[in-house]
Design a protein around this ligand. Structure first.
Ligand SMILES: Nc1ncnc2c1ncn2[C@@H]1O[C@H](COP(=O)(O)OP(=O)(O)OP(=O)(O)O)[C@@H](O)[C@H]1O
Length: 627
């Protein structure tokens, strides 16, 4: 049996993966009875919380149904006993009516029980989806930046749909089958104790198989979890409007669809192999159970001296065999699904879902000094450090810029500043305190950030601007309009059909913005957040030159209230900056004011040679006078 229930082909060894907070692997989720019990408790508690009446009614109906086979045996035994030529029709009417009632009512009542279970399953999955998404939203960005975190998230969503969603129904089904088995066995014991014992023993193979299958399922999820993640990514590319249009334009949609198809085939292959093992297990369990059932029948016939009443006993044994078979399948499913569900429970417990840690509270004000010292970081698998001994600083009211060629280390330095990565060495402090002392989420509240690859959130303009603010802390319209003014979007938003409440994004039948307008919206969002430190990674890269100048002027005009760190690839946008740090190969190779760096004719001048040449001969955007 072990060889049949052994490893799913292609499943790597049981070496546990490392995920933040918890260990996932053979030792933790191998299907111990403790894990199984925890998984069951978790789903039952959730189902109860979602709908207590549904749980109670389905429990009562299930218990009623569980006694049907035993009742049938007893009614049949009474009927056979009374068919002896001495009893009247009246005498056999009662057992006959019981049998008729069972035949007539069992199926409609079972339909009620099934409907209630399905309703409960749907309620549980809705609840779990909500919590898993909240868990994703509350995962610290530093962890989210790690591939295994998102892989684990995706795996839990799949497991929730494949296992947790059905666990309650399977559990109720298993309880019904077990109670039915016990009741029939109790009825059987009145004919032959040995027959009753052998019928109970027929359950044992199913229990063993269920435990073994739990391990097979765990290895299955370890393998298919990441594949599901990739498959979702590809299907999103094909159905999300922006990427779908781009792929169609490139003529690359078919290739992505083909990759998606290959992943599905891979997934289906793993699932079929698992089904084969389940099937083999069912056959073995069925065969061994049949031997016990046969023994029970022989014991029964011998025990009743081949009297006619043995007919009722035979019905009992065959009824019990059906219940045992059902119980075996249901228990097997519960035993294999529950440990996976335990992993979801641990995963959800990894981050508190009840307190948002004040992430959306208004940012604190009054940061006086930002200081970065000796920042060094090498990404895993990379030979050279992305940043090495980087240092820069800024006081309130100053705008400092990080510049450098692609791959020089600017974004890495900003990520360390935001606490999104833990550097190998060096410190980042705001007024003397670092992210570890302040706490990651409170630390992030000190920043208003515009990342290089900003997302286009297809919500309303207002919702876009208020992202990161608590829904209870609605920003006044005047503040939203001020932010839009800074980003040069006032006229556009005023012209939209519903102003601030206009839905954006064609796929929702909303207004479509140009690339530059989306970027301006991101700039406006930074202004709405109004944090003491602004981190702007190429905030105007998609904005036309004239508007860019106006936006930067407005940004600089309000600089006294904050510290601003800017990354830019355009020389002229740096003219009004207080200090520029030039990065090359991860090191700060030069720093100073724009004028001083131009005059020094060093790395800065080499980096921006073409743009500065444009300034000199009056042909480029830099023909504006230097400050
Ligand atoms: N998550 C990562 N894992 C491994 N290497 C990385 C990672 N992120 C960045 N790198 C590498 O680190 C180096 C610095 O990258 P970084 O993104 O900091 O450069 P940058 O100066 O911001 O470049 P750009 O101007 O193109 O945005 C590059 O060689 C890059 O390939």
């Amino acid at each position: 049996m072990v060889s049949i229930l052994g490893r799913v082909r292609g499943v790597p060894g049981g070496r546990p993966r490392h995920f933040p907070g918890r260990r996932v692997g053979a030792a933790t989720y191998g299907g111990s009875m403790r894990d199984t019990a925890r998984g069951i408790r978790f789903v039952v508690a959730r189902t109860w919380r979602a709908s207590p009446p549904r749980v109670m009614v389905s429990a009562v109906v299930t218990l009623l149904l569980a006694f049907v086979p035993a009742l049938q045996v007893l009614a049949l035994a009474t009927l056979v006993e009374r068919l002896d030529g001495e009893h009247t029709l009246r005498d056999v009417l009662a057992p006959l009516l019981v049998i008729v009632a069972i035949v007539g009512l069992a199926n409609p009542v079972r339909a009620v029980a099934t409907t209630l279970r399905v309703d409960a399953d749907h309620t549980v999955i809705a609840d779990l989806e909500r919590e898993l998404m909240l868990r994703a939203a509350r995962t610290p960005p530093r962890d989210l930046a790690r591939a295994e975190t998102t892989a684990r998230l995706q795996k839990q969503v799949e497991v929730a749909h494949a296992s947790a969603q059905y666990l309650y129904g399977q559990l109720v089904g298993a309880i019904e089958s077990v109670v039915a088995t016990i009741a029939v066995v109790a009825a059987l014991a009145t004919f032959s104790r040995l027959a009753a014992l052998l019928t109970v023993l027929a359950l044992v193979p199913a229990l063993i198989a269920g435990r073994l299958l739990a391990g097979v399922w765990r290895r299955y999820w370890d393998v298919v979890g990441p594949i599901f993640g990739r498959q979702r990514y590809l299907s999103n590319l094909l159905v999300r409007q922006r990427s779908a249009v781009e792929l169609a334009t490139l003529g690359a949609g078919d290739a992505v669809a083909a990759r998606h198809g290959r992943l599905w085939r891979d997934l289906v292959g793993h699932r079929i192999r698992l089904s084969r093992r389940e099937l083999a297990s069912d056959w073995i369990v069925g065969a061994v159970s049949t031997v016990f059932v046969l023994g029970a029948l022989v014991a029964l016939l011998v025990g009743t001296d081949l009297s006619p009443v043995a007919v009722a006993g035979v019905t009992g044994v065959t009824g019990a065999a059906a219940s045992v078979g059902m119980a075996g399948v249901q228990i097997g499913r519960v035993l294999s699904a529950a440990p996976q569900v335990t992993e979801i429970a641990d995963f959800l417990a990894g981050v508190p879902l009840t307190d948002d840690d004040g992430a959306t509270r208004p940012s604190p004000s009054g940061i006086e000094e930002l200081r970065v010292r000796g920042l060094t970081h090498t990404y895993p698998g990379r030979a050279a450090p992305a940043v090495a001994d980087v240092a820069f600083e800024a006081r309130r009211g100053e705008v400092v810029a990080l510049v450098g060629a692609n791959g020089a280390g600017k974004t890495t330095a900003l990520h360390a500043l935001l606490g999104l990565l833990t550097p190998d060495a060096g410190t980042v402090t705001l007024d003397g305190l670092g992210p570890d002392e302040v706490g990651q989420r409170p630390w992030l509240r000190r920043f208003a950030t515009m990342v290089q690859e900003y997302e286009r959130y297809e919500f309303t303009v207002r919702e876009n601007l208020q992202l990161g603010r608590s829904p209870d802390d609605a920003v006044p319209d005047e503040a939203l309009w001020r932010a839009l003014e800074l980003a040069g979007l006032t006229d556009l938003v005023r012209s939209l059909p519903d102003g601030l409440d206009t839905q954006l994004g064609e796929q929702w039948d909303g207004t479509t913005l140009s690339g530059g307008q989306w970027q301006r919206l991101s700039v406006a969002r930074v202004a709405v957040r109004d944090a003491p430190v602004w981190v702007l990674d190429e905030p105007t890269s998609a904005i036309d030159a004239e508007s860019e100048e106006a936006i930067l002027e407005r940004l600089v005009a309000g600089k006294e209230e904050r510290i601003t760190v800017l990354v830019s690839h355009r020389a002229w946008t740096l003219r009004a900056v207080d200090r520029i740090y030039v990065l090359d190969g991860g090191r700060v190779v030069e720093h100073g004011s724009y004028r001083a760096l131009v005059a020094a004719d060093g790395p800065f001048s080499r980096l921006f040679r073409n743009q500065l040449a444009g300034a000199a001969d009056g042909s480029g955007v830099t023909d504006r006078a230097l400050p």
